[in-house]
Structures are given as C-alpha cells and as structure tokens.
Design a protein around this ligand. Structure first.
Ligand code: CDP
Ligand code: MG
Length: 136
C-alpha cells in the first residue's frame, strides 16, 4: 500500500525562458508532491547526450540534445506515493497538442520538442536520473 517514491523532474529551457518554474512548482505542490531538492543549472551538449542516450537512434536525438543544453533548466527531486506515475499523469502526453486538459504540457507546452517538462518514465530510470543530477 505504502509506495513512497522519488522521481526526477526537469523544467526545460522553453519554460525557464518564460520564467514558469515557480508556477510549475506550484502545480507539483498543489498535487501533493514534495520538492526534496532543486537546482537551476545549464548542462553541456555532451551531458545532454548522456542523459538522453536511450534516444540516440532516434531522428530527433541531435536536436533534443542541442535543445536541452541551450539554456538554463531547473532539475528537481519530487517525492510522493507512486511519484513516477503520478508525475507522468500530471505532465500529460509528450505532444502538448495531445495532452489532456489541466496537464502541465497542455498548459505550458509550445510544441513536441518544447514541451516544458521532463519526468522519469520508470522507477529504475528515476534512480538513474536522480543520480545523474544530484550524486555529486
Ligand atoms: O518526454 P517523454 O518521456 O514524454 O517523451 P520521450 O519519447 O521520452 O522523448 C523525449 C523528448 O524528446 C520529448 O519530451 C520531446 O521533447 C522530444 N521529442 C521530440 O522532439 N520529437 C519527437 N518526435 C519525440 C520526442
Ligand atoms: Mg521519456
């Protein structure tokens, strides 16, 4: 029953550029997430390539890595019961045009590539992604 989890959230460059990080954080808090850690950083292209390496065979990989490293991002560890799935639900579909009403990508996303937020897609990947940004 008790399944307290942590997941990694990223406010992507398009949203930080529009100064939406506090508004997005408010959505997390209102939906019962606890923000355990957060930092605003800018990563290099090679760090983005490492972070998104599961997508290296995809046609959008190069653009995706250029984009994630193009400006400041806010990375957060979110904690809640079933945090991984709950965050994916709150984020909505990858393409903002297909995202449900009330989801973060529907509210803030501009396009499939500028979709404002990242969230881990599994418990295992959440651990890997949290370590990637917060281990050191
Ligand atoms: O972020 P999410 O897990 O929903 O989607 P993904 O399939 O893991 O893709 C990672 C990211 O690549 C997405 O969030 C999009 O920003 C980007 N992407 C893209 O630019 N074009 C696509 N056709 C698919 C994904
Ligand atoms: Mg994904």
């Amino acid at each position: 029953m008790n399944n307290l989890e942590q997941t990694l959230s990223i406010v992507k460059p398009d949203a930080v550029e529009r100064n939406l990080q506090n508004e997005i954080k408010k959505n997390f808090i209102e939906n019962g997430f606890i923000i355990k850690k957060e930092k605003k950083i800018q990563i290099s292209k090679s760090e983005a390539e490492e972070f998104y390496k599961v997508h290296q065979s995809k046609p959008f990989y190069g653009d995706l890595c250029n984009y994630l490293s193009s400006g400041p991002i806010v990375v957060m560890i979110l904690e809640k019961e079933n945090a991984v799935l709950e965050n994916r639900k709150l984020m909505g579909a990858t393409d903002p045009l297909k995202a449900e009403e009330g989801t973060l990508r529907k509210k803030y996303g501009i396009s499939i590539d500028k979709n404002s937020v990242h969230g881990s897609d599994s418990y295992e990947n959440a651990k890997i992604e949290i370590d990637f940004f917060f281990k050191h």
